[in-house]
Design a binder for this molecule. Structure first.
Ligand SMILES: Cc1ncc(COP(=O)(O)O)c(C=O)c1O
Length: 389
């Protein structure tokens, strides 16, 4: 461990040196099953060969050109994104928060140009998480993230995910509704079908833009390319990041017919956005997650995972929930203590297990899509033992 970093993360005492598939190895040579995928990033696992090959080959050719020019790989990536997402145009950037900033800017300009001043509000949900920049924190409906950092960007409000609150909130001052189809950071909480359908209906009726933040839930994680497809609705704008380039930083704003011409030259930009290295990696991931067979394997693995977790019949585990490989459960114990105990297991020569928390008594599982059933079995049996103890 080093003292060189600012004290921003509550870290576990592990230093990794390499990984392969769903297994990470620390500098002492101990192995850990990775049920976190770097928080939904390494979706194809560690050292996935086609990804390593694409990144290495691209690095040997061209790593970066400025956005004054295009690159062949950047263009192929943008076109593939449109093709897979069925949206109209993309803006490429480097992270989830940056993608959400872009989406918010599009919504504000769309509304201003069409309706004039005073229709700039963005409505989002209590319990939501949309990023750590000042504006995406303003869009985040959790008080704990707002402490100490005000004043925030104005024009944001939060509602519970309930239809009466939605109907009251979407008014003549609203530019957009921003939703995570399944709230990840606050505990893998899916929205109800009725709520999302009513939201889509009202947004269409009032010309309020419907933005889906798919940064954690998108890209096949729930067994469909976008999680909002489970609800049978369409986005005006969708954002992706995290796993899109398998571990290389990336973010994307996808716009539909209605919103794709809002930005004009000079409106927005990002030095690294569309970087050929991230694009080459992104093409590998998109080739995988655009395959319906691969998506159905994610659904099947997710069902296997949730059934196995339930059939542990561990009295400390309840409320197993999720879609595909975006899974959580509640526990009667302190989640952080369990995370610590799971890594301590590796000190006795066993395999350790990496998990995430999502709240003080909630465990979150975001394993890579290439996880094997026997790895799920091994991880859950260790969890059962540690929680049982
Ligand atoms: C739903 C959602 N939106 C936005 C973000 C922010 O993404 P980033 O950390 O890449 O800025 C996250 C990160 O966890 C997220 O889960």
């Amino acid at each position: 461990m080093t003292e060189a970093f600012m004290n921003t993360y509550h870290r576990l005492p592990l230093v990794f040196k390499e990984g392969c598939g769903a297994v990470l190895t620390d500098i002492q040579g101990r192995s850990y099953l990775d049920f976190t995928s770097g928080i939904a990033v390494n979706c194809l696992g560690h050292a996935y060969r086609p990804l390593v090959k694409a990144i290495s080959e691209q690095a040997a050719k061209l790593i970066h050109v400025s956005n004054y020019y295009e690159s062949d790989t950047g263009n192929a990536f943008a076109e593939k994104l449109i093709n897979v997402s069925k949206m109209k145009k993309v803006f490429l950037c480097n992270s989830g928060a940056e993608a959400n900033e872009g989406a918010i800017k599009i919504a504000r300009k769309y509304s201003l140009k069409k309706y004039g001043e005073g229709r700039h509000n963005i409505v989002s949900l209590l319990g939501s998480f949309h990023g750590r920049t000042i504006t995406t924190l303003s869009a985040t409906g959790q008080k704990k993230f707002h402490k100490d950092f005000g004043p925030f960007t104005g024009g944001f409000s939060f509602i519970p995910a309930e239809i009466p609150a939605l109907e009251a909130a979407l008014d003549e001052h609203t530019a957009a509704l921003l939703l995570e189809p399944i709230q990840g950071e606050s505990g893998v909480i899916p929205l109800s079908v009725e709520f999302v359908r009513r939201a889509a209906e009202l947004c269409a009726e009032k010309d309020i833009l419907l933005i889906f933040d798919e940064i954690q839930s998108g890209l096949g994680r729930t067994g469909k390319f976008f999680a909002h497809e489970h609800f049978g609705v369409q986005a005006d704008i969708a954002t992706l990041a995290k796993g899109l380039s398998g571990g290389i930083p990336v973010g994307v704003v996808l716009a539909n017919e209605k919103t794709c011409e809002v930005f004009e030259p000079g409106d927005h930009g990002s030095t690294f956005g569309g970087n050929p290295l991230a694009a080459a990696a992104g093409l590998v991931v998109l080739n995988k997650v655009s395959d319906p067979v691969f998506l159905s394997e994610i659904t099947e693995l997710g069902n296997y995972f949730m059934d196995s977790l339930r059939s542990l019949n561990n009295k400390h585990i309840s409320a197993v929930r999720g879609k595909g490989l975006m899974i959580a459960c509640d526990i009667t114990l302190d989640a952080w203590t369990i995370l610590e105990k799971l890594i301590e297991a590796a000190q006795d020569g066993q395999e350790g297990l990496l998990l995430l928390s999502a709240g003080p008594k909630t465990l979150r599982f975001l394993p890579p899509y290439i996880i094997r059933k026997n790895e799920i079995d091994r991880g859950l049996s260790l969890l059962d033992k540690i929680i049982g103890d």
